[in-house]
Design a protein around this ligand. Structure first.
Ligand code: ADP
Length: 272
């Protein structure tokens, strides 16, 4: 009888333990959900005032000023505002991805054109830091099936990081080619580099290698996490490479190439 009682008691203990575990997990899920919702609201609220502020700056820029310092100050404000918009958009995207709310709108694209658009977006930052940019694009179109805005964001992030983590007057090289059935894009810089043990971790959420005091530029450590998630949503890969600290870095993104039948290939005209 005693051993039967002990067995029953043990069963109750296990049941209580499982119930408690379930309750803790539900509470954690709820708190995660609340955090994601809060992040989304925070990002929206922070973003709302920025549109009229940017318009205001454009209006001010169009008014001639007798003071020669004005255009410089307005340019600086515009750049800082751009950085703020990027940070907030990253926050919004993280919240969207966590809630499974990002959908890609995919079309056939020539990646060369996406590279141009991303470089144009980063131009003010590159100019301000006096970096030299070398662009090596394939002579033929590099077709992929992708969400254009998302890819501009991904490349803008990689090129923006190259500019951000390279001391002034550095060199950024952007190369695009097709290799082994893949579109391969690399962004190299002559900047601060990455220690070997950190290479696989730079894509982690919230990770920043430089501490706040030594970081010249702000950031939340979300950019590369988003880059990897967005590239993976396109069935691609992204990797970080660096010979070591102060030796520059290279980020390589590979996407599946879209097979486009050459117009002269047998059968290609049958589709007409
Ligand atoms: P953030 O730039 O907002 O800090 P990211 O997710 O874009 O966040 O990058 C994470 C970290 O990876 C950065 O804080 C930086 O330490 C490192 N990193 C990213 N790109 C480079 C680069 N091109 N060269 C050196 N370090 C880099």
């Amino acid at each position: 009888v005693r051993s039967a009682l002990r067995a029953r008691e043990r069963q109750y203990q296990i049941r209580d333990h499982l119930l408690l575990q379930e309750r803790v997990e539900a509470a954690l899920r709820e708190s995660d959900q609340r955090k994601d919702d809060f992040l989304a609201t925070l990002a929206h609220e922070l973003r709302n005032p920025l549109a009229p502020l940017r318009t205001g700056l454009t209006v001010l820029g169009a008014i001639p000023s007798p003071d020669s310092r004005v255009p410089g100050v307005l340019g600086m404000m515009e750049r800082q505002m751009g950085l703020m918009v990027r940070l907030i958009d990253d926050l919004l995207d993280v919240a969207r991805i966590s809630r499974g709310k990002i959908e890609l709108v995919r079309k056939a694209l020539d990646l060369r054109e996406v590279v141009d658009a991303a470089l144009e977006g980063c131009a003010p930052m590159i100019r301000a830091a006096r970096h030299e940019v070398e662009i090596k694009l394939a002579a033929q179109p590099i077709w992929v099936e992708a969400d254009r805005a998302r890819l501009v964001q991904v490349l803008g992030n990689l090129i923006g990081n190259a500019a951000k983590y390279t001391p002034d007057a550095g060199r950024i090289t952007v190369e695009l080619r097709s290799r082994d059935g893949k579109a391969e894009l690399s962004v190299s810089d002559t900047g601060v580099g990455i220690a070997p043990e950190m290479l696989s971790r730079v894509f982690d959420m919230y990770l920043q290698l430089q501490d706040g005091a030594s970081r010249a530029q702000g950031g939340l450590g979300l950019g590369l996490w988003l880059v990897r998630r967005l590239v993976e949503m396109h069935e691609g890969t992204v990797t970080a490479h660096s010979p070591g600290l102060d030796a520059g870095s290279t980020f390589v993104m590979a996407l599946p190439l879209l097979p486009v039948p050459a117009p002269w290939a047998p059968g290609a005209r049958d589709a007409d």
